[in-house]
Design a protein around this ligand. Sequence first.
Ligand SMILES: Cc1cc2nc3c(=O)[nH]c(=O)nc-3n(C[C@H](O)[C@H](O)[C@H](O)COP(=O)(O)OP(=O)(O)OC[C@H]3O[C@@H](n4cnc5c(N)ncnc54)[C@H](O)[C@@H]3O)c2cc1C
Length: 397
Amino acid sequence: MDFLLTDELSALRARVRRFVDEKVIPVEKSVLAEAAQGPSPTLGRLQSEARAEGLWVPHLPKALGGLALGPMGMCALFREMGRTPVGARAFNCDAPDQGNMDLLVAAGTQAQQARFLVPLVNGAVTSAFCMTEPAPGAGADPSNLRTQATRADGGFRLSGRKWYSTGARDAAFLIVMARTSDDPKRGASMFLVDRRAEGVRYVRDVPVMSPPVLHHVEGELEFHDVFVPDEQLLGAVGDGFMLAQKRLVPARLTHCMRWLGLATRTLELCKPYIGTRTSFGKLLAQHQAIGRMIANAATDIHAGNVMTLHCAWLLEQGKDKEARAYSSMAKTHIARLLCQTLDDAIQMHGGLGYSDDVPFQGWYRMARAARIADGPDEVHEMVIAREYLLGRLDVLV
Ligand SMILES: Cc1cc2nc3c(=O)[nH]c(=O)nc-3n(C[C@H](O)[C@H](O)[C@H](O)COP(=O)(O)OP(=O)(O)OC[C@H]3O[C@@H](n4cnc5c(N)ncnc54)[C@H](O)[C@@H]3O)c2cc1C
């Protein structure tokens, strides 16, 4: 295993770090405030600058204007972008668009790429990924999928209900998972659905714990007999679960990278207060209980970082199947450490930590979703335990 970054990647990482430090972080509050009212001009300016500096969509192939980074390169850059909740968007690497772009690159036809991928790459539109349904439909267990796609002349007719489709309100198109047969393995298919197609009803923004961050509004949708032509089927009929896996492992890992960035910045932001605030005759940083919180966070972040790099390295070797259980480990570990690090940051700052004068409480509310989205902790633990008990998971790699 070689986790060292090439010189080229190290230089690229330094450029992204500088861009985030000097250009994005100073305006992150304004971007969030503007985006809550509509399109953010400040974000638009950042995006133009990222494009001019050759840092736009770096995860994509060069033919699409990217830098063909691969998973290790994505690790190097996405951690830097993740240090602010608006970082990934500035480079057009944010969820769910980034995962959807990668899926369209892997499974889209030329015509699908021209129509759906290119505008997404250019930042002209956004997209959403619609898998989860309100109970009793697909959730932690995708085999509960209820949305039906039935054959029609020249295409399919979709009927069903989805929720937690992040970004669906403003998206130009949706990638919708629907049932095409009762086959347990090949019973689902994916469709590229125009958000404004006849029969697509946007029910509501689901009110959630965190205020929306940029376009991350959680949408609920109904599909009433929506006609989807054959040319908007993604992959083949029955490929749905396979494509979902193909999208989920790398997309999950990119979440891990961004979360590591945010946890690292959280820890950094603790230094000034604990290094200057005195309590019971000593600086907070000199109290053992505070030192323990810092040490635990630093250790957890480092462990999560190594887990993510290992997983990225496996993907780079083409070992996608082997990477699955390790990606589950990384995802649960990093989602928890992010929540814990933010909770501890609030604690170390006392009343200030609970206030909006520091960013922790807002980030904490956003971070709490990490333990649920992309599969709850318990489902990942189920996968890890199953693979271990079947002798397919080597814990001393
Ligand atoms: C902020 C946010 C954004 C999201 N974005 C998207 C998106 O863009 N597209 C999309 O399709 N979905 C999205 N989701 C949905 C997310 O993937 C689901 O919420 C998740 O998969 C869990 O499904 P569920 O909510 O139906 O929970 P349920 O399936 O109802 O599970 C409820 C709880 O039961 C427990 N549980 C479930 N299975 C097991 C088990 N095997 N063992 C032990 N306990 C278990 C877990 O604690 C789980 O949290 C998002 C969710 C959030 C919170």
